[in-house]
Design a protein around this ligand. Sequence first.
Ligand code: SF4
Length: 465
Amino acid sequence: MLSLDLLEKYNTRGPRYTSYPTAPVWQETFGPEDYKNALVSTNLPPSDPLSLYVHIPFCESRCLYCSCNIIVTNKRDQAEKYLNSLFQEIEQVAALTHSSRRVVQFHWGGGTPTYLTPEQMERLFQFQKDHFQFAEQAEIAIEIDPRVTASEQLHLLKALGFNRVSLGVQDFNAKVQETVNRVQPVDMTASMVDECRSLGFESVNFDLIYGLPFQTVETFRQTLKEVIQISPDRIALYNYAHVPWMSPYQKQLPEAELPSGSEKFQIFQLAMQLLTDTGYVYIGMDHFAKPEDSLSVALKSGTLHRNFMGYTVKNQSEQPHGDTELYGFGVSAISSLNRCYAQNHKKLSTYDEAVKKRILPTHRGIMLSDEDMLRRKVILGILCQGEVDFAAFESDFPIRFKAHFADALQQLAGPTEDGLLTWTERGFQLTALGRIFSRNIAMAFDAYLSTQTQSEKQPMFSKTL
Ligand code: SF4
């Protein structure tokens, strides 16, 4: 079904829609006071559940493909200083949060959260628990790097209540690993997964990347074989975005050895086939999960959601128009409230300075208009449920769907002809093929894309596949 012709037609550049409006649209005129006001106004009872994200920016070494906001350092006292800033930020936000709100999702990401010592991890966790109320069944997740995670840390995490782990793997091929400066043999990863499972972590996720230098269909087939053998519950298969003008360390990668567009496509096609043949369910946009995993169950029941942490499960007690609000802590962390997005300063010194002055460290953000709210809901419907029901939107918003989105619907004529979607009495639905290109369908409803200048030489967004 997935032909090279279709790939060429639809493999355009576009946002990943972990938010709408997407981050390039946010403004620096949105500052600490705006975020504070938004926090106050969303903390009136009755209160909805919360998600919390904490960013730990430190890494012991740099993987050359990485475009995360990280700090490579062996000066461990930096982490201690950072914790002090985090504590101040947590205190400030917790003071504005209604005490009845329960944390249903909690995530430590980075960087490398296990860069922290066991004592620091315990202190940080306890500090958050002292300032927020956790729901009994909260999903508590952490990103771990097998190269810098000790058995003692895993035991501690389990004892603290963490129930999910996510491991960066990327590729098991030795040459690829050496080239990207991330040597992590398959045995090291497999034994860490074994240990996580024997400790009782409920879910193990792997992050893989396709499109790295020296990857071929055959080398990636071997990586996939080894991944399938270890059998993680979820797999995120990311398309490597080579953007050295935005991530300068990528300049150290041998460009001539990057797989060509058609080879990348074949690698993706192979992964799709091997993973689904093995029983993994394609959740959407790079994500796969075992059929019994909560993401697969949510896909079936229409309760899939998407935020900065990728695909998640919608909380049952959420407001019909809302999502679980997400408070992000730490340098560069993003928060997502019902009607606004806010991002913290990306530079550590600026972040530290703000929290020391007892100012929220907000660097930029956006307040959503009614039109943004409407379009966000349509885009989430496409990416998460794979369908748009016009009548449902007409009952929630004061619009006639066909008239309001006449331009966008016109853009769907091509995808309809190509078998990406079908029309129903109530709206449209993405086909299995359309779900692979869901970003392209969603882009038709993005009101900002036409105003964003996309330089062909230095584009802002990665390719959709
Ligand atoms: S991929 Fe992970 S470990 Fe590697 S540099 Fe990026 S954040 Fe650090």
